[in-house]
Design a protein around this ligand. Structure first.
Ligand SMILES: Cc1ncc(COP(=O)(O)O)c(C=O)c1O
Length: 416
């Protein structure tokens, strides 16, 4: 099949992608009749479960009413209501639509840089966290950790200043770096994944570190960008990770779970004080950026339906129950396999498997995936980091079973 698949090494005789014919709740159904429990939430996008009827109906109804408009000249109720509601929820009143997580990040970076340009200030320096991943477009790659993925483009990525990943071990270094930015007149913005770096291997950190970074960046006159493309919509145990932080972002990037996992949509929310630099009537202070599908009505309708589901008490209760289960499973794992580090942040459970290559290319990525698939579970390890990120349609028993499959693999391969 001449379809070039993402993040996939291609070679003659490679395995075909598995045809999926339908999905429901926590399960994907293959063309050959197998049910696979989805332990990845479809690359971290599916929130309430696959094909959730409430979101499906909202999209169907929108599709019968209004499919698309040219968003520079027109608007529609779903887009207006979505930005209004998220603005009330986050305090970030203005929303700029794009198509996915990478473009939500590109938009955030460009807005931050142009904000200073419009104000006549020469601030162009960006700060990011070591290990960061913000997407695959050039700006997003530039603010992401340099890696084997971005090596072919290394010479073309712009320079960024790196802050150490916040942890008790790195605390002194982090504080030193933050002290060194005091009074700097060139800092435009800091961008970070609040509380949990996903692609880096599901690494969590405490809200106090987010706060201390955000305060230092603000004191230096820079903006704070929260990339909640992954952490948004319950992943860290609250709707947004920054709900757990005292310092709120000036700019917030959303995608992935924004539509409950149904439609591609990026949204960059911006504080009024940032928007003001663009609210001048001067043509050259326009944000000259846009995508053909900006504000797609079907995607906006899906996102609104997703927000409505989040207002239901049962959604919160289910999130809390699954977070408790993940925490219990992590505790039990630590006792059973003391040599294999285990992490749990909100809905995410993860463990590190030993390998001579502990990066993304670790052999566990293929071997554990194949092992779990044979047992009816879809996992996609981040190299040697096995993780489980369930949809809210999952049960405690399914989470335990998924962890048990990782345990069986670990025992079979004599890893602990
Ligand atoms: C934190 C974060 N930001 C941005 C992105 C990029 O999103 P997308 O893959 O939708 O472009 C990702 C994707 O995994 C992510 O985890």
């Amino acid at each position: 099949m001449p379809v070039w698949r993402p993040f996939t090494t291609h070679y003659p005789g490679m395995p075909e992608a598995i045809p999926i014919v339908r999905a429901q709740g926590a399960y994907l159904y293959t063309a050959d009749g197998r049910a696979l429990w989805d332990g990845t939430s479809a690359w971290w996008v599916t929130v309430h479960g696959h094909c959730h009827p409430y979101i499906a109906e909202a999209i169907a109804s929108q599709a019968r009413t209004l499919d698309q408009v040219l968003f520079a000249d027109f608007t529609h109720p779903a887009a207006e209501a979505l930005v209004q509601r998220l603005g009330e929820r986050t305090g970030l009143k203005w929303g700029f639509f794009s198509d996915d997580g990478s473009t939500a990040v590109e938009v955030a970076l460009k807005i931050a840089l142009q904000y200073f340009h419009n104000r006549g200030e020469r601030r162009t320096r960006l700060l990011a966290l070591e290990g960061a991943y913000h997407g695959d477009t050039f700006g997003a790659m530039s603010v992401s950790a340099r890696s084997r993925f971005s090596a072919p483009f290394a010479d073309l990525l712009f320079e960024v200043e790196w802050l150490p990943f916040p942890s008790p071990d790195n605390e002194d270094l982090l504080y030193q770096k933050l002290q060194a930015i005091e009074g700097r007149a060139d800092i435009a913005a800091f961008i970070g994944e609040p509380l949990l770096q996903g692609t880096a291997g599901m690494r969590g950190y405490l809200p106090k570190y987010w706060d201390v970074i955000a305060r230092a960046v603000r004191q230096a006159g820079g903006l704070v960008i929260a990339d909640e493309v992954f952490t948004g919509f319950g992943r860290t145990g609250t709707l947004f990770a920054t709900d757990q932080c005292a310092e709120k972002p000036d700019i917030l990037c959303l995608s992935k779970g924004l539509t409950g996992g149904f439609m591609p949509l990026g949204l960059t929310l911006v504080h009024e004080r940032v928007f003001e630099a663009f609210f001048t009537g001067e043509p050259l202070k326009t944000f000259f950026h846009g995508h053909s599908y900006t504000g797609n009505p079907l995607a906006c309708a899906a996102a609104l339906a997703n927000l409505e589901l989040w207002e239901r008490a049962e959604t919160q209760a289910q999130l809390e129950a699954l977070v408790r289960t993940q925490a219990e499973l992590a505790r039990a794992w630590a006792e059973r396999f003391p040599s294999l580090p285990v992490r749990q942040v909100g809905l995410v459970w993860a463990t590190e498997l030993p390998d001579s290559d502990t990066g993304y290319l670790s052999h566990h990525r293929h071997q554990l995936k194949a092992f779990a698939l044979e047992r009816g579970i879809y996992l996609r390890p981040l190299g040697n980091v096995a993780y489980i990120l369930p949809t809210l349609a999952s049960t405690a028993a399914e989470l335990s079973r998924a962890v048990e499959v990782v345990a069986e693999y670990t025992t079979d391969a004599k890893l602990a």
